[in-house]
Structures are given as C-alpha cells and as structure tokens.
Design a binder for this molecule. Sequence first.
Ligand SMILES: Nc1nc2c(ncn2[C@@H]2O[C@H](COP(=O)(O)OP(=O)(O)OP(=O)(O)O)[C@@H](O)[C@H]2O)c(=O)[nH]1
Ligand SMILES: [Mg+2]
Length: 476
Amino acid sequence: MRTSFFSDDTICAVATPQGMGAIATVRVSGPQAHAIVCGLFSRKGEFLNETRVEGYRAYFGQIVSYGETLDEAVVTFFKAPHSFTGEDAAEISVHGSVFIQQRLLELLVEKGARLALPGEFTRRAFVNRKFDLAQAEAVADLIASQNEASHRVAMNQLKGGFSKELQIMRSKLLEITSLIELELDFSEEDVEFADRSKLKVLLNETLSHVFQLMDSFRWGNAIKNGIPVAIVGETNTGKSTLLNALLGEDRAIVSDIAGTTRDTIEEVMNLNGTMFRFIDTAGIRETEETIEKIGIERTFRKISEADIVLGLVDATQPHEELAKAAQMILGKIDDVHQVVVLLLNKTDLCPSESADKIDLLKSLVTSTSLNHSYIQTLSAKTGNGLDQLRQTLMTIQQSRNVSQDTVLVTNVRHFEALKHASESLQAVQTGLEDGIPTDFIAQDLREALYYLGSITGEITTDEVLGSIFSRFCIGK
Ligand SMILES: Nc1nc2c(ncn2[C@@H]2O[C@H](COP(=O)(O)OP(=O)(O)OP(=O)(O)O)[C@@H](O)[C@H]2O)c(=O)[nH]1
Ligand SMILES: [Mg+2]
C-alpha cells in the first residue's frame, strides 16, 4: 500500500553538496514546477512561457527577479511521469556561490514552492511507483558508495535484482495462502484446496532462499562498511607494526613492551577498489591486569566478527611456543565464515629458520579441519612480505566473486525483515507437522508475506517510510 502522503505542492532543494562549488543544481518538483521556474527564468529579455516549455532540453538564460539578474543558468524541464519523481520537474544549474544558491531557493519559495524535506524527492518517486522501497534505499547506498564493490552491490539493488527475487517468493507464497484461506471459507465441509505436500516443498524452497539471503548479509554488510580484517596474536608479535605498515602511517603505538595495545584500533583502507576495515587488537596473554583483560575480551569479540583474520606469530620463538601460539589462533576460526592468514612475522631477525617454521605452521593447519587458510612470512618492520599479504587479501576478496548480478543483502532493515519472515515460515512448517488448525497456518503465512512485502514497500506504514526517508539528505 502506497498511501498518498503528499498534498499537491511543489518542492525545491539544492541537490549538489552544501557549500561553494563551480556549479550548483537546484531541483524543483511538483505540479507547479514548470510555472514557478518559468516565472524566474528569462531568455533574451523574456520570461519563458510555461506552455511552450519543451522537456529534456537544456535552456540557457538568466534567473531574473525584480528586474535584477541573479545569475546565468541552464534549466532542464522534465514532464510527468518521465522524471525522477514521476512529477513535473525542473533542474536549474547556476554558479555554485552559497549566496546564489540561497537566493534562488528564496525566490522559488516566493513563487510558491516549499523547501523539500530530507529524502522527499526519492519518497515522491517511491509513491509514484518509479521504484520500490529497496530500490529507493539503493539510491542512498549508491550515493554513499566509495568503492567499486559497494557501488556494484548498490547498482544491482537499484536495478531491481533483489526486488525481483522477493517478488517471485511472495507470489508463490501468496498463491498457497489464498488456497488455504479458501479452505477457511469452506471449513464446514472439510476440504483441502492447498496440497499439503506441495506446500511443504514450497516452504522448504522459500525458507532456504530466505536463509541464503540472510547469509549474504554478513558479506553484503562487509562490502558496504569495509571487510573486517582482525589482526590478532600474542603480545609483541608485531600487530600494531603491521597495521601501521598497511596504512602507511603511525596510527598505533608500537613498543617492545608486551601489552602495548589495550583497546582495538580500526582503520578503513581502500585496496584496489575494495574497502578493508583493519582492526588492531590487544595481544592475547594470561594477565591479571583489569584493563588489559577487558582489551583481550574485546579481541576475542573482534575475531568472531571478522571476515578475515590475520594471525601473527613471532618467528624468533622456539618451535614449541610458536606451535602453541598458532594453535590458539586457529582454534578461534569459524571455517564457514572466516578465512585465516597465518603470518610468521619478524623473519628479518631469523631468516634461516623461516622455511622450517613455515613447515611447522603448515602441518598444524593440515591437522585442523580448516579449508580457508593461507600461511606467509612477513617482516612488518622492513615491509618484506607486505605486497604478498595485500595480494592475498585481494585473492580472498575475489574468491567471494560478487558478480554484477549477485544479490547481497546490505541493509539491516532488510535483514531484520528476512529474519522475521523466516520465523513465520518456520512456524508454518512446524504447524503443518503438528497438524495445527488451518487458520493459524494462514495467519503465519500472512505474517511471512507481510515481512517480505515490507522490504520492497508493498506493505508499509507512514511511520516506517518517514524513518527511512528522513535518513536521506535534503535534495535527494
Ligand atoms: N625486527 C622486527 N621487529 C618487529 C617486527 N614487527 C614488530 N617488531 C617489533 O616488535 C615489538 C612489538 O611490536 P608491536 O607492533 O608493538 O607488537 P604488538 O603485537 O602490537 O604488541 P601488543 O600491542 O603489546 O600486543 C616492537 O619493538 C616492534 O618494533 C618485525 O617484523 N621485525
Ligand atoms: Mg599493539
């Protein structure tokens, strides 16, 4: 249900970033958009006639008010429904002085427009069915995207890949639900319109699809906010030195005192178009020191949240201690969701022992059930092995293979809705097993449909829409 939230008013806002720039663009949308803009826009000494405006053509002229020229401008008119919002609209490009932008808005308001609320252009586009809610949210993601991967995911969502998958799922479920509801109408006669075995198959299919989408959230979210890479190991193994080397700056304090890093330090970095979020953590050791203990607990949490774990061990340690340190790290890896890179650090101090110790690490990994692991030598101090590490990170990222068409869930709201839908579908499943009355099953199915529909905005309330669009900025 897309309720008509808007009155018949015309809105305006600066659509380009705030402040001074070479050019600023002001957007105007609504039934009076053409009339209002024409009342300010003069060409060769004459105001443009609203009835003669051609759409999709760039007009050059002046913004004139009270006989004074404010600026030269290029104006493009769009005609409903073929505009971003689906309404009559215009875009005015002027020189990007803050004064000109402000004055132009004032003039538009004087002529009858009103300043747009945050996200109001996109909200109007949604109400006018230019796209669904998931696509509207993709517009925000696209604008916020800072690297190739997040751009690709947002673009796919904008093109409607995710929406289409949801639509298919919903229409299948809807079919079954209507049959079940039909049974309710004939409840006296004890008929079964909806084939129960078919329903079970459909439920299984839908549930596994929902689970698959939920699973993609971990990766989708990582792409949007930077793939979390935790740098972990015992104290003094060189974790902070590695963070600094990767970033190319002295971000974390490095010292030969064990337990230097107490709290986690996070920095985002773009590597070949992919954003990684490196997390330097407190070194793991037995300690009675309260603050350090809290830091180490935090390290364990960061390990579990990471997609990639860089596990550092100190090459100068004897075999036995090295093995213990590596095993401690390997024991914390969740092989389904995580990849571990074991790094034999400080190899500059004992180059002749590297090969031997790498063999030891290899044999340790082989004795675990881990399938996604890499082992490398490193000297965080001299930078030896850094390029290879960067290469490994790229390889791991590429192996996730996010193609143009892969649907990834990147939005917490969508993830929550999928989770609720999965719970309702599971309730239907157990209901069928336990032979629960049909009306309860119908209710759970309706609930699942509701949650799936809420993602694309088939079913939404004004409150939900308000909260989504208020997070957009003005002019969007
Ligand atoms: N020779 C050599 N020294 C290193 C290397 N990496 C780190 N170091 C030294 O090892 C000491 C500890 O380095 P940090 O980076 O502070 O180690 P950390 O793992 O962050 O230590 P905590 O924060 O205490 O857990 C410092 O003196 C570093 O200069 C390396 O590759 N080679
Ligand atoms: Mg440190």
